[in-house]
Structures are given as C-alpha cells and as structure tokens.
Design a protein around this ligand. Structure first.
Ligand SMILES: Cc1cc2nc3c(=O)[nH]c(=O)nc-3n(C[C@H](O)[C@H](O)[C@H](O)COP(=O)(O)OP(=O)(O)OC[C@H]3O[C@@H](n4cnc5c(N)ncnc54)[C@H](O)[C@@H]3O)c2cc1C
Length: 437
C-alpha cells in the first residue's frame, strides 16, 4: 500500500479498462507513474473487445486490441484491479485516498493458469453476456478468449457448488469460500474512463425488439458476424438459421429523440451502422442491405469516404426517413414496415428478413454513483460535465479528477484513445507540478 504524499504524487488511478482507460494507463505508466487500473468486469478491454471490425479502416478489432491488453497486463508500472469497484474516495489533487472493493472471483488470480479445465468440467451453462446472450458460457468462465488477466471467475449466481471445478483444478486455485476484500490506494489523480452503456431499444415498442427474434441490436450483429462469436461468424437468423437476404439497419434508436429523453446525437451510430451494412454485404454480396437514417453524420477523418464507399462499392441502399411500426409475418417471421423516403417523398412498404437496430450511447450504469461520490456535476444526459469545453476538456469540477473516453460523452475509438493519452498527459503535468493547479 502506498501511503506517503510523495508516493501519491507519483500514482494515478484509472477507473474503467476500456480502450480509453487502457491508453491512459499505458501512457502514464510509460512516463514512470504508478498506475492502478480498476475495472468492474473480470477482464479489461471494454466494448472494443466485442466488436468485429472497426470503422473506418475495417481493421479486425481484436487484432488491434489484443497486443494492448497484454502490454497493460505486463507493464511493471500498472497494477490491474479487475472485478473491482471504487467504493470511497477522500481528498483532492495530489492526495486522494481511495477504497476499492475487490469482488470475490472464487479463483485465486495468483494460481490460475487460465487452462480452462474447470470450465470444461462445469455442468452449468448460462447465457453469455459477452455474446449479448446469444451464446452460452459456463458458471466458471473467462469473458472472451483473450481475457486479461487470463484468469477464470465463478459467477456465484449460476454456480451450483458441485465442486467439480475444485476437483479438476491441478493448481488448487479455486476457493468457493472466497470473500470480497478491499484495498486502500493513495493516489494523486483519478482518471474516469467508465465508457458507455447502450440505449435500451425496448423503449421503442414499435420496433418489436424482444417480441420479434429477427429484430436484433447492432451489438448482437457484431457478435453474430464475429468468428469468435456464437455462430462462428455465420450471419444467420436466430429463428430458422437461414441466411438473411434482405437486411435493414435502423439508425438513431435512442438518439436525437426528444420524446425519449435522448435529444443528443450519439456520434458513433451512423458510422457503426454504415460499417455493419458494409460487413453484411461482405458476408453475402447477394444480400440487399438498406440503411434507414435521419442524417448521416460522417464527420471524422476518412468517414465521408467510407460512407461513399458503402454506397458506391458495396451497393448499400440508403433511405432517409423514420421507420414506422414493424410487423412480423407470423409464417415467415419476416419483418414489414412503412417508411417515408423524405428525399423522394414516396411512401415505401418494405419487407426484410433481418432488422438491426442501431442504439444510441448512454452513460455507464455506475457513473452517477461515482460522480456523486466525487462531487462531479453531470450534464442533462448524465455524462460527466467537463470544466470548460474549450480550454479544459478533460477536467472536471474536482481538481484531482480527469475524464476521458465516453465518460463525458459518446466518442469513437480514435477519439477515445486520443482522450486517454491526453488525460494521462494532463495527469502527469498536474502531478509533476506538485499537485498545484
Ligand atoms: C455496435 C457498436 C459498434 C461500434 N463500432 C465502432 C467502430 O467500428 N469504430 C469505432 O471507432 N468505434 C466503434 N464503436 C464505439 C466504441 O465502442 C467506443 O468508441 C469505445 O468502446 C469507447 O471506449 P471507452 O474506453 O470510452 O469505453 P468502453 O469501451 O465502454 O469501456 C469502459 C470500461 O469501463 C468499465 N467500467 C464502467 N463503469 C465502471 C466502474 N464504475 N468501475 C470500473 N470500471 C467500470 C467497463 O466495464 C468497460 O470495461 C462502436 C460502438 C457500438 C455500440
């Protein structure tokens, strides 16, 4: 445990191990600072770990992320505190005491080799959250193959305590009586990088999500087309296993909609929608793929070109217009709806085999609690309010707390990484000047 003020001036806590938090941790650690990276899930990686390809380059997400995961795990200046949450914070810039709760994994991190014998033996299967519930995992599990740390975790709500895992584990790593524990940290700066959650698309009953199995979300689509996903990368309908030939993407589900209390643009949905439309055509060049949108906001570097390529090279059909109620054909389970093409003024009646809803982004579940604990203002949409959008875009009202990635608003991966680097730089500047602002 660190406990002198001098040590605190060399220590940084990063809360949230997505791509933004990982970048912040690496950049601060590479400058010689001690970094504690607290992640509430059993593995770092955040949402990027679940994506298939990334816009605008269509690079494989896991190929970019995996080396970063191991860099973070192996860095001598980074201490990973996964499956952990910040419970209490006291103090200010240069001198903050933090209590972190380490949830019981029921597996000793220092002994587990990640061999997977335990999971093979485990008789319990539950829906896999990492695959958006489309596949299954065992009660003892790793989130995904490159989970970092590569250590198993027992889901206590699913475990039936049959002890088969205990018996098969040669290293004696499993401890079914393990309790939560706490660690006290002394740091100079906290960087919040808690990311986002997705808008609950059930709030649009007219789209039928949850009632019609062939209406899925974009995140489910990402897992379906992913070679490591529940269908080994085969894009099929969940009702009958058929390859969908007419696929619709519906944009702005839970974004730019005052009536649903989400007036703001989520910034990434246009591009991930366009990307997934391209991926659908790549998977099956015979498929008819349509994107129903309000506006295409292709604002980033290379984004407009990517959108143009989707249209011209991949033949994606773009229709500007709000989609009405979706009706499922009870026999075919195809989906029909009406939409006004506002560019031509025509009312279209269309039928699709698969509909993909592209939800907006919202603040992470726990952000409100953290903000209250740290005395931070949040904006109307629930994100952390920054001190000054023009001159202090990473700083909050709390002098020792910085923010990056999607914790202060939706961002794509390049912007999240940039913000992570910037937050690390800002943190080290604040600390190297002795904690004075
Ligand atoms: C369907 C879809 C497709 C996308 N495709 C692309 C793409 O192709 N290209 C692109 O640039 N962007 C894409 N994005 C956006 C991309 O996901 C984000 O830019 C990126 O994940 C943001 O990183 P982050 O670190 O800010 O947040 P996250 O990835 O959300 O990571 C946040 C981390 O913080 C952890 N956390 C949350 N709360 C706490 C807490 N209280 N304590 C500890 N840990 C906590 C979370 O568990 C998580 O690990 C896509 C988004 C969606 C929804």
């Amino acid at each position: 445990m660190v406990d002198t003020n001098n040590d605190a001036l060399k220590s940084i806590l990063v809360v949230g191990g997505g791509v933004a938090g990982m970048q912040a941790a690496l950049d601060a650690a590479n400058q010689g600072y001690r970094v504690y990276l607290v992640e509430k899930n059993p593995s770092i990686g955040g949402r990027m770990a679940a994506l298939d390809k990334t816009f605008p380059t269509l690079d494989c997400s896991a190929c970019i992320l995996t080396p970063r995961l191991s860099e973070v795990a192996r860095h001598p200046n980074i201490e990973l505190l996964t499956y952990s949450e910040v419970e209490h914070v006291q103090g200010t810039l240069g001198d903050m005491r933090v209590r972190v709760r380490r949830k019981a994994r029921f597996v000793d991190e220092t002994k587990c080799s990640g061999c997977g014998d335990c999971a093979r033996e485990c008789p319990v299967e539950v829906p896999n959250e990492f695959d958006e519930g489309l596949g299954f995992r065992k009660a003892i599990y790793v989130m995904f193959p490159q989970s970092t740390p590569n250590v198993y975790t027992i889901d206590s709500s699913a475990c039936i305590r049959c002890k088969r895992c205990v018996r098969v584990c040669e290293r004696g790593a499993i401890d079914l009586d393990m309790q939560d524990s706490t660690v006290e940290l002394h740091v100079g700066v906290i960087i919040l990088s808690t990311g986002y959650r997705l808008f609950d698309v059930r709030k649009y009953p007219r789209y039928g999500y949850g009632r019609y199995p062939n209406v899925i979300t974009a995140m489910e689509f990402e897992r379906l087309i992913n070679a490591a996903g529940p269908t080994n990368g085969h894009l099929i309908r969940l009702t009958d296993g058929a390859v969908p030939k007419r696929i619709a993407f519906i944009q702005c589900v839970g974004a730019r909609d005052v009536k649903k209390g989400v007036p703001n643009c989520s910034r990434v949905c246009c591009m991930y929608g366009v990307k997934n439309a391209v991926m659908a055509r790549e998977h099956d060049p015979d498929a008819e793929v349509s994107v129903y949108y309000a506006d295409i906001r292709a604002f980033g570097k290379g984004f407009e070109e990517f959108y143009e390529m989707a249209r011209s090279r991949f033949g994606v059909n773009f229709v500007k217009g709000r989609v009405g109620e979706i009706i499922e054909d009870p026999e075919t389970q195809n989906l029909r709806f009406e939409v006004e093409d506002t560019l031509s003024g025509r009312i279209l009646n269309v039928e699709h085999d698969l509909v993909v809803l592209c939800p907006g982004l919202q603040p992470a579940d726990d952000l409100h609690r953290l903000a209250e604990m740290l005395g931070l203002r949040t904006s109307e949409d629930g994100y952390v309010e920054i001190r000054d959008a023009l001159t202090a875009p990473l700083e909050t009202d709390h002098p020792g707390v910085l923010v990056c990635g999607c914790a202060d608003g939706p961002k794509d991966i390049p912007d999240s990484v940039t913000a992570g680097s910037a937050a690390a730089m800002r943190a080290t500047i604040l600390l190297s000047s002795g904690g004075a602002k």
